[in-house]
Ligand binder design. Sequence first.
Ligand code: PLP
Length: 773
Amino acid sequence: TGSEERRAKAERMFEMMDRFLKNDPISLQKDILNHVEYTVARSRFNFDDFEAYQGLSHCVRDRLIERWHDTQLHFKRKDPKRIYFLSLEYLMGRSLSNSVINLGIRDECAEALSQLGFEFEVLAEQEGDAALGNGGLARLSACQIDSLATMDYPAWGYGLRYQYGLFRQIILDGFQHEQPDHWLNFGNPWEIERIHVTYPVKVEAVAYDNPIPGYGTRNTITLRLWAAKPSDHHDMESFNTGDYINAVVNRQKAETISSVLYPDDRSYQGKELRLKQQYFFVSASIQDIIRRFKDSHDNFDVFPEKVALQLNDTHPSLAIAEVMRVLVDEENIDWDRAWDIIIYDINFNFVDELKKKIGLDYDRLSRMSIVEEGAVKSIRSANLSIVCSHTINGVSSVHFELLKTKVFKDFYELWPQKFQYKTNGVSQRRWIVVSNPSLCALISKWLGTEAWIRNSDLLTGLREHAADTNLQQEWQMVRKVNKMRLAEYIEAMSGLKVSLDAMFDVQIKRIHEYKRQLLNILTIIHRYDCIKNMKESDRRKVVPRVCILGGKAAPGYEIAKKIIKLCHAVAEKINDDSDIGDLLKLVFIPDYNVSVAELVIPGADLSQHISTAGHEASGTGSMKFAMNGCLLLATADGSTVEIIEEIGAENMFLFGAKVNEVPALREKFSDVKVNLQFARVVRMVRDGYFGFQDYFKSLCDSVEGGNDFYLLGSDFESYLKAQAAADKAFVDKEKWTRMSILSTAGSGRFSSDRTIEEYAEKSWGIEPCRCPF
Ligand code: PLP
């Protein structure tokens, strides 16, 4: 048969693969220069940093392609069960450093470049971020794809290649403005356009493949992103009407489907383009997955043994309907059989089953229905996903509890066995090895091995050295160098000089009311107010702080934008107050993205994850800070609950209402005694102490007069106590350093390698498939 012939051919080619590109500095140098001359078309005697970056990235990409081809051939030959990871968002950040580290050629590249008169770090800075996502969910996809490659899983990531990624945040007079992110303007060496891999989805979906290398393995998997292109077959009719110009213009409109990422972090309701994007994405991906399946199989009965689909949130939930459509309409498989094939462990009709189980409880039936009845019918993507998936995963234990008891209570009662949780994780390769090379070297030195880069559990080995004064000194040195790097960035960006002796206190993440940046800013005002009213002798006891905030607000999210403005207004007041000096500084870092995170996280002493309990599904920023030895000031929300188990409450600064206390606090809003200190700082903002009195009124209203849904007022007192505890601990350098080492030591469980292994075993039923060379 055709597929056997293809397999035999693949086998022959596989055996011919014995010549690999060389990775010694001289060979790398030759390849870099060749790319400068022949790919970039610059003279090899005259090129600048950006052109050198282009030459280098093509040289690295050649090596990726080599491994990538081998991996794909190997997968084809072995035909394992594959996992397809579908996500509408990926926050990949930069690729160069991560690639050379995973390829194991970082030092060789640096040497090759230095002989040419270039510095690796400087060239790495030339690369722009691939910011095809909003926040946590999108960065999670990026970390998970890294883990899938590193752990040798036969995996494919699918996503959209937005022409414009997440908007650039520009700050003018303290206000956020949004600018388009022209990330493709200078080319993107990390992708390979597959002009021949296209699928009709009304328009045409063209594949752009991004090879994703694993660490410590040759395995290099594919992240395939779809771009919309006008189809040659589509709309020929309009060309025949004589209106040539409009016909061409209309063709170009097809490209708008993948033109822009929606910048809203949490809600995407009712946008036609968004729905089109989702459908375009799942349709192209499912056609591709089924095409690959049919390349090696003639019978759909084995489909469930060969294919697992992971939907990242409900955004790709249309994939379920699309698989059915393709199987029924295009593969002519009858509906019941198609249903059995896709959701092989669900062999009954949802509503009938439901009626049998719960009787004619119409309220509950309508709550659980996939179709929401109303003036306009709508599809509940969460219900569709639950009904049609065999597993629904919470992303932390707190989130799992909320799914079971609140969000999907009805479904949990019906199918408790479908619900599981796998706590999120992050890649220690990106968040220590790439972003904090000196800490990476220090950890390897003290553990006596680099094996923790693939096996993060080994980080616990640092515990036994936490009190060792030699490690402590080296640890402090590394932290200081990272703080210096961050201080230089702050100065270059804002002109503000900050003291390295101050505590660097960081809150960087999307701006949301539930994440409570406002609580942080109000407390900074409180700190300022206290210092202003102190006697000189008391001032000497104040622990100096540099408070650093950063994050983007969705363009239409007014309150979030006001929070950004308030931060700037307060910063202006404090930083200009010579009476305060180094005791307190406030900085807003604009345009927070992955590469900014890579710079800021290693330089932070304290980081804040202070969402109202019950609102953060997981949070992954906290894990990166903990890995880098930063202490957490946090509420018992999302994954923090598990971080406490690993790092220990005594090594963190915890405060605030617990998840189960929140509803009662909200119910008795009006009875709660207003914290006087809280009232005082809100009053300062209201009275125009920081200017913009009218503009900030609604912000103040949002936390007072019975409106304080996120409980800033009721958590204020315990937050101040936790802040004071952090100050006290910071003064004791030995104690702080020990806590810092113990943070890193306890962070191993929060590697995305662990998360992916749990998914592989418990949800996907897949095995590693390691490329032999
Ligand atoms: N945005 C970016 C650019 C990130 O790098 C991260 C995490 O590292 C996040 C958002 C998520 O942060 P958090 O979990 O603190 O909301």
